[in-house]
Design a protein around this ligand. Structure first.
Ligand code: KPL
Length: 308
């Protein structure tokens, strides 16, 4: 299988590296020139508790240099999905598949503006990784990857199963899901409860659990979002707060992706996470004051990065 990863940040590079190691023909596409140059000249360095190794993977910022792919993996920040959709359309083989494992909601819709919805697979992953510098990433945690189809029918589900089986034989623990919308909400609730709180307070994921007040803040944001899910007819797990706290514990030393964005004064994914909850709740007249506050605080911070 020929795979192209669009968005070779931490997670994109990690998946690219694991697939390359299992013998897959992988190309990494990213607009970060220094990262691409280092990968091509010195290899992609993957560090972490599973050892350190340097991998010879092709990277490029030029879609014209890249062969058509049977599978395109999209890992860009959700703010860049519309642009990634155009790149994906140019890089995908006619019968190819595209899989988004991005954080947040609204990515599949943005990709469907350029790609046939029957070719779109969506899912979640519980792996953790971060960028250490150009050409260097750290694999911080392992977890399950779930793959489903955006338009659910027999043909698209068979494709999701094929991709999930391919990941498993490549050593990436995966399963297919017929109820992927529920999986997306499950992951959304994790990001709703962890990302903005840690980004605003300069803390690591596990530190949310240290104080009663931060536990309550996170729990209130999660409960609002779960109530929204129920109002929209999406079934979420019975104890979402317990689950999110377990994820915070399991990723205790991680700085959330939104925390890393704020640290580097980059645009965050707030619009696709707490901001998504606010917009969807507004449509049905549901009040979500905690998510509104978290969204407003992050947006205010982003607007004043240059003054900090
Ligand atoms: O997905 C994550 C993120 O940081 O975006 C979690 C699961 C919170 C891990 O840090």
């Amino acid at each position: 299988m020929k795979i192209t990863v669009i968005g070779a940040g931490a997670m994109g590079s990690l998946f690219g590296a694991l697939l390359h190691e299992s013998g897959t023909d992988v190309v990494l596409f990213d607009l970060w020139q220094e990262h691409v140059r280092r990968i091509n000249q010195e290899g992609l360095t993957l560090c972490g508790q599973w050892g350190e190794r340097s991998l010879k993977i092709m990277a490029s910022s030029d879609p014209e240099q890249i062969r058509p792919a049977d599978l395109v993996l999209v890992f860009v920040k959700s703010t860049n999905t519309p642009q990634a959709a155009k790149t994906a359309a140019a890089l995908l083989a006619p019968e190819g598949l595209l899989l988004t494992l991005q954080n947040g909601m609204g990515n599949a819709e943005a990709l469907a503006a350029e790609i046939d919805p029957e070719q779109i697979l969506v899912g979640t992953t519980a792996h953790g990784a971060h960028v250490l510098g150009p050409g260097r990433i750290r694999h911080a945690g392992q977890g399950e990857t779930v793959v489903g189809s955006w338009l659910v029918n027999e043909k698209t589900m068979a494709r999701a199963e094929e991709v999930s089986a391919y990941f498993n034989q490549a050593g990436i623990k995966a399963r297919s899901s017929k109820r992927v919308l529920e999986n997306l909400w499950d992951k959304l609730l994790v990001n709703v409860g962890i990302n903005a709180v840690t980004a605003l307070t300069g803390t690591k994921n596990g530190q949310i659990l240290d104080l009663e007040v931060s536990r309550q803040l996170s729990a209130a944001a999660i409960r609002e979002a779960s109530l929204l899910a129920a109002s929209l007819g999406v079934r979420v797990r019975e104890n979402p707060v317990e689950h999110v706290f377990a994820v915070a514990e399991a990723t205790t030393a991680n700085r959330s992706s939104m925390g890393q964005d704020v640290d580097r004064q980059r645009k965050t994914e707030i619009e696709a996470i707490n901001g998504y909850v606010v917009r969807e709740a507004d449509k049905i007249g549901l009040s979500v004051p905690v998510n509104l506050t978290l969204t407003g605080l992050i947006q205010t911070l982003e607007a004043h990065y240059k003054d900090i």
